[in-house]
Design a protein around this ligand. Sequence first.
Ligand code: M6R
Length: 621
Amino acid sequence: MCGIVGYIGPKKALPILMNSLGRLEYRGYDSSGIAVLANGVPESVLTVVKEKGKLSRLRDKLQRQELNGFAGIGHTRWATHGEPSERNAHPHLDCTRKIALVHNGIIENYAELKSRLSAKGHRFQSDTDTEVAVHLVEHHCAEGLKSGKKDGVLGAFQKAVSEMEGFFAFVLLSVYEPGAIYVFKRSNPLVIGIGDGENFVASDAPAVLSYTNRMIYLDDNEFARVTAKAVEVRRADTLALVRKAVTRISWTISQAEKAGFPHFMLKEIHEQPQVVETILKEKLRAGKIWFDSIDQRVESRLKKIEKIHLVSCGTAYHAGLVANYMIGECARLPVEATVSSEFRYEDPIVGPKDLVILITQSGETADTLAALREAKLKGAFTLGIVNVVGSTIARESDCVIYTHAGPEIGVASTKAYLAQLLTLALFSIYIGKVRGQLSPGQMREYIRWLQKLPGQVRETLAQQSRIKQCARLLFEKKNFLYLGRGFNFPTALEGALKLKEITYSHAHGYPAGEMKHGPIALIDSNQPVICLSPASKTYDKMVSNIQEIRARQGIIVSVATRGDAEMEKISRATFFIPRTLEIFSPILTVIPLQLFAYFVAVLNKRDVDQPRNLAKSVTVE
Ligand code: M6R
């Protein structure tokens, strides 16, 4: 969940580290720090500066110092072990202040290692698990020197890593080898940006995209020695050299900037028409649905599948729930949507006749990655629906379909969710066709409505001021209920999640038909109820639910299909979506809910892009 960076080259490291950290702050923002190495005689010197709170506080602190080194590492933290504080912020140093290290992940056996190292005389300054790693490297460096072995920093680092359990990405800098940064990856992401006479290290590519778009993605259990001119990747066990491909990233840095919007979240909500256009351009060609990654071999495997599992977390789980309905309609196959943290531990009943679809924006979510590995162990065919190109889940899945949402920086997922929904809709239609469930006429009808979506997303966004007005009416309420049925029951869950993530108000999503079995007790004249009521098979049932809420004076806000005068009459406020097929309606109905959550958060002066306690990429369990 933390963000880590490194730089080595001919330029001053500090501005590069701070700029890169700024692009990673969404991964963690409770404290931050940097270490810069200044070459000197008789020896180089490591300077570490850390601060509690957001990166801006570290930036202010650094204005009072001059750091001229050409190699450095940096970190922005989301606390796991030890409260957010300057003392617990990374980088951590060994006893002699000759080695500095930053870490993303958890060292599960840190307590045992810490007591062993303490017994040997190591002095610890923090409550973190991470500090153990740097002392362990120090210990092995000293042992190596004592025994006269010449395996240097890499050898010591290798020994240290072999003693640690858990999952981690490490970046290490030391005075012993001032011309090199060492990195290691197990489970958590690390990418090396290749420059001209300079190289970069980061948790993800957008962090260094303003310097280079050429990346090497490390695989699990790989070390890299990064100097200004070269990158050497080695296997953790034998230290044998590994040849790595260099991937060119097509995202541009402007996509990762705010472009005049006050928040990334609002910018990303408004990028949705473009995202829909891109996906359709990519996957809808000559009236047919294409996935470049699905070849004959994959297609023949998909024909034999007997059950589909949709496995994901948070917002991506809601996309999985929508896909449950989509695949049901198009392919008439048994489908089950499960959260990854349940799937991975429930000894899931899957085998070679199952397709397990992992849905993830980051491609790094720890629970989803573990679920993928579990499914593969059991022989299932795995398909990643992933946004971040080259991420671990994308690389480890048997087949990957990218969602092309571009970089999503706001912690609350918006455009990535829409991209997941559309990609899953296309996949559902595709699988329905492949399995002979859809006639050419039905295919044509779906495609006709799909092509209208970019314009319809724009039309829905055009109601922004109406939605803002409604937010003004309700922003002080502390409890919200969201109701929906069928395809839009997951939309109710997603609307509620968005609201609670960024406003810190309580919000609960519920299937509308269940209201009378309990939640109706909440309804009084103070209770806002957001009702997902577009044209659908269950529209009349939603109207009855709304009447029940009205009878108890609840405050009704509805999302309805344009032209629905009845809904407007019975609601305090109504947001409209253009007419579409029910299967595509979740792609539109969620948009007013994203904007509503955004404006409620802004009116409550919340930190929209970096809400408290959250991180964009959840790489710990
Ligand atoms: O990167 P992933 O899609 O795997 O992330 C899953 C969830 O952590 C994520 O959707 C989270 O719920 C977001 N904060 C939602 O806005």
